[in-house]
Design a protein around this ligand. Structure first.
Ligand SMILES: NC(=O)c1ccc[n+]([C@@H]2O[C@H](COP(=O)([O-])OP(=O)(O)OC[C@H]3O[C@@H](n4cnc5c(N)ncnc54)[C@H](OP(=O)(O)O)[C@@H]3O)[C@@H](O)[C@H]2O)c1
Length: 304
């Protein structure tokens, strides 16, 4: 755990960053940067003692932002419909904005850049290693994240900024994630869309684990950057975890297999185990805890 540090977290109210910001705010001076279009997000952070800085990564100047952050966890990024609607805006934020922010925070002892498993070209069901080739997994978003990794590497080398590039693969927990989206479909009787290459393997990483591994990634930062898959230690198929959650609530999941669904994403986590450690929450515990947090009124059945 880090203590007594000045830390900048971008996208601080988001799914990945919020639990990390909450944990770090207990013993550190934390700043949260985002556009804060929804004032409730700012209020949630301020209630934890976090100093909020309203900026748009795509265009705003960082001149008035402190430069003496000891660590940066950079999770802010444009994606989804917003990014696909305006790819230039997405590139300005995810690529150029990342480079400018990093240059501004060049005094940091550790800079974590949140990349994604969506930078990989699909290789079929085998686990993906960090050396595997890039590809377009999720449209222009993947392209922006591939470009951002390259810019991050350039800035880290130029300014000798210790850096970790974490390729995030399927986070989940009370704040959401792909397993939560599938859970919502299950509960609401909607079909769960999966890729025809079944079973659809993933390594989901639960909130407790990603808070711990996020902080370790800051401490493990180095130059040239550490590039590492960041995921759960266990592989489990979406079919299996949906069936398990279905049994807990007494609903049979309806799967629809379509080429339009995202391909499975199964990372090789051997480097992660070596440099950051293993995750500890078994997937069944994590799925049960997510279900309880998101649907507290639903009684759960006993399932082995
Ligand atoms: N969740 C996953 O499983 C997963 C998987 C792979 C990679 N990732 C990566 O992890 C990071 C966090 O993802 P997430 O799932 O936590 O997403 P999220 O919940 O949407 O959080 C992203 C945050 O970025 C902020 N943001 C977006 N555009 C911005 C801009 N132009 N300027 C400043 N801030 C901006 C948003 O806040 P405002 O709207 O208030 O600005 C939001 O709080 C991203 O870099 C993403 O690519 C996540």
């Amino acid at each position: 755990m880090l203590a007594g540090e000045k830390i900048l977290i971008t996208g601080a109210a988001g799914r990945v960053a919020f639990p990390i910001a909450r944990a770090l705010a207990r013993e550190n001076e934390v700043y949260g940067l985002a556009r804060f279009g929804d004032p409730a997000n700012r209020a949630r952070l301020e209630a934890l003692g976090i100093t909020c800085v309203q900026k748009d990564l795509s265009r705003d100047d960082f001149g008035d932002l402190p430069q003496d952050f000891g660590y940066v966890f950079h999770a802010g990024a444009v994606f989804g419909e917003e990014g696909e609607r305006d790819w230039r805006y997405m590139f300005d934020a995810n690529v150029q904005g990342t480079g400018r922010l990093m240059q501004h925070c060049r005094a940091a002892k550790g800079f974590v850049h949140c990349s994604t498993g969506s930078v990989y070209r699909y290789q079929g069901p085998r686990p993906l290693k960090e050396s595997d080739p890039p590809g377009v997994h999720i449209g222009a978003y993947s392209l922006s994240k591939i470009a951002a990794e390259s810019v991050v590497t350039f800035v880290a080398r130029s300014w000798e900024i210790p850096t970790s590039i974490i390729r995030i693969c399927s986070t989940y927990g009370p704040t959401g994630g792909a397993p939560a989206d599938r859970l919502d479909a299950l509960i609401n009787g909607r079909a769960i869309r999966l890729h025809p290459d079944k079973p659809n393997y993933f390594n989901p990483i639960y909130e407790d684990d990603y808070v711990e591994l996020g902080i370790r990634a800051m401490l493990a930062a180095r130059t040239p950057p550490l590039v590492v898959n960041w995921a759960g230690s266990e592989s489990v198929s979406a079919e299996e975890y949906c069936e398990y959650m279905g049994k807990l609530v007494g609903i049979e999941p309806k799967f629809v297999y379509t080429e339009d669904a995202y391909t499975p994403l199964r990372p090789d986590v051997s480097l992660m185990h070596e440099v950051l450690g293993r995750t500890r929450v078994p997937w069944k515990d994590g799925m049960r805890r997510m279900l309880q947090a998101r649907y507290p009124h639903l009684p759960l059945r006993e399932v082995r």
